[in-house]
Design a protein around this ligand. Structure first.
Ligand SMILES: Cc1ncc(COP(=O)(O)O)c(C=O)c1O
Length: 493
């Protein structure tokens, strides 16, 4: 037995837990034929002593081997290597095996046109810096607190929660916390049954659109607009009716004209920091939009993904918090306010709509991550999210101003922009002499990842513009990123 023990090596610096290292080692030794079926193994106490490990670790290693059928227990004697080993000989084939998974499915299937804004050609290196399209800085977010809350909840026995159908609307704790949070932050007067928790805002857009739109229906969107919402509408067979967007948001005269010419079923609006151009819908236009939705009888999908960050003044209250007679479906997301990895979004709608939305959500995804949702509820309840948002607002305010300053001083005449009143990105219009596809590829070769332009998102317009995110970069990182960009743009490429 002892020679066998000497073959076991433990690497305490490895990320792999020690019990798994032991179990894997034992399996390898068996496979190599160095230990035969039926060989008795030391007891767990003895193994722990010989390997200088905790007895619990030895027990866990044997449990693992037992679960995989590599060892068996002989009553009153102890554990031994199993007589019938699970997979001593990997199956061999006489003929070279052809995988059934080539490139093509045998039958034709629905194809989704793909777009990419990631540089192509010379991206051979991992980027040193990324100017993203407007993501929060996860380093400022209370992710440690969230992790701690997650860990302690994950250990609780909540098996009753996973019964089929239960909790598909989201964790009750989060739904309740959301009611308070939305009342305080945006004056929304709702109850738990008006809420649905989704996997990010994107799932809310998909569910709302699926319930509202049939093939041939018309939906008004801004031009340009958030490309992945457009894709959802189009994939449902809806017709996009595009209206211009200016410095005050969607043009309401154009909306009215569109309503006169078409039977409109829904309108998709991004009222704070429109995607992509980052403008905020003015209060007058909000009022007018509500009036038009009553007059022409359409539902508004209000995607307020970027509500939390505003710098010059308080944000405008959502359309959803005005009197709208059940015409507004409101959508938001913690993936934008906390961190992209926190994929928790929400939909607010009349109770009957939410009931149907829950049914649809269940078809896509039985339920969300309730442990994460409960943990998030705890942080909202304790005020951690509110405190973090204050801190992030201050940091992003400075970062926005800094990016505006360096663009003005370093890239005047090449990059034009309007300072956004909030959000995490500005809309940078590049001089046409500097085609963004070439700029992005040249920057990537120097270690800076930057979007190739909104044309690549499937937008119809080729206006040589991109969203430049400022929130996720500290000032020194931003300086370094802009230095690379400046190096690429001057001298002219
Ligand atoms: C306007 C807009 N709505 C919705 C989403 C999707 O948000 P989430 O990441 O929460 O799914 C995005 C993502 O970038 C967005 O820009």
């Amino acid at each position: 037995m002892l020679p066998f023990i000497t073959l076991l090596s433990i690497d305490k610096t490895s990320n792999q837990p020690v019990y798994l290292q032991i179990a894997n080692n034992v399996v390898n030794i068996i496979r190599e034929g160095q230990i035969k079926p039926g060989t008795m193994l030391p007891g767990t106490r003895e193994l722990a002593r010989l390997l200088n490990i905790h007895r619990k670790t030895a027990i866990a290693a044997y449990d693992e081997l037992y679960a995989q059928s590599w060892i068996e227990v002989v009553p009153r004697k102890g554990a031994r290597i199993a007589q019938n080993l699970p997979d001593l000989q990997p199956q061999r084939w006489n003929e070279p095996r052809l995988s059934s998974y080539g490139n093509m499915l045998a039958a034709p299937f629905y194809r989704i046109e793909t777009h990419t804004n990631i540089p192509s050609g010379p991206v051979l290196r991992r980027p040193d810096f990324i100017i993203d399209e407007g993501y929060p800085d996860s380093r400022l977010a209370p992710l440690d607190l969230l992790n701690r809350a997650y860990r302690s909840r994950a250990k609780q026995n909540t098996v009753w929660k996973w019964m089929p159908g239960s909790l598909a609307g989201g964790s009750p704790l989060l739904r309740t916390a959301l009611v308070g949070y939305l009342l305080e932050s945006r004056g929304l007067d709702i109850q738990d049954h008006h809420t649905l928790i989704t996997h990010g805002a994107q799932m809310s857009i998909y569910i709302a659109a699926s319930l509202l739109l049939k093939p041939g229906d018309a939906v008004i969107v801004a031009d340009p607009s958030y490309f992945l919402a457009n894709k959802v509408f189009e994939s449902l067979g809806a017709r996009l009716v595009r209206v211009p967007v200016d410095g005050y948001g969607m043009d309401m005269d154009a909306v009215e004209q569109a309503c006169k010419k078409n039977q409109i079923n829904a309108l998709y609006v991004i009222p704070h920091h429109h995607h992509p151009t980052t403008v905020t819908l003015s209060p007058e236009r909000r009022m007018r939009l509500l009036e038009l939705s009553r007059r022409f009888d359409f539902t508004i999908i209000e995607d307020d993904y970027d509500y939390e960050f505003h710098y010059n003044s308080a944000p405008f209250l959502p359309l959803a918090s005005s009197q709208h007679d059940g015409r507004v479906i409101y959508i938001g997301s913690f993936s934008k306010s906390i961190a992209p990895s926190v994929r928790v979004g929400f939909m607010i709608a009349p109770a009957d709509f939410i009931r149907q939305a829950i049914q649809l959500r269940m078809m896509i995804d039985l339920r969300g991550d309730h442990i994460l949702e409960d943990a998030l509820a705890e942080l909202i309840h304790n005020g951690d999210i509110g405190r973090y948002l204050k801190k992030a607002n201050k940091a992003y305010f400075e970062r926005r101003d800094h990016l505006c300053l360096v663009l003005e001083t370093e890239l005047k005449g090449i990059v034009d922009f309007d300072k956004p009143s909030g959000g995490m990105a500005l809309w940078a219009r590049f001089n046409k002499d500097y085609p963004l596809i070439r700029v992005a590829d040249a920057a990537a070769a120097k270690g800076l990842l930057i979007s190739r332009g909104f044309r690549n998102h499937g937008n119809l317009r080729d206006d040589n513009s991109i969203r430049m995110g400022f929130a996720s970069l500290e000032i020194n990182e931003m300086n370094a990123a802009i230095e690379i960009l400046t190096g690429v743009l001057k001298p002219k490429i």
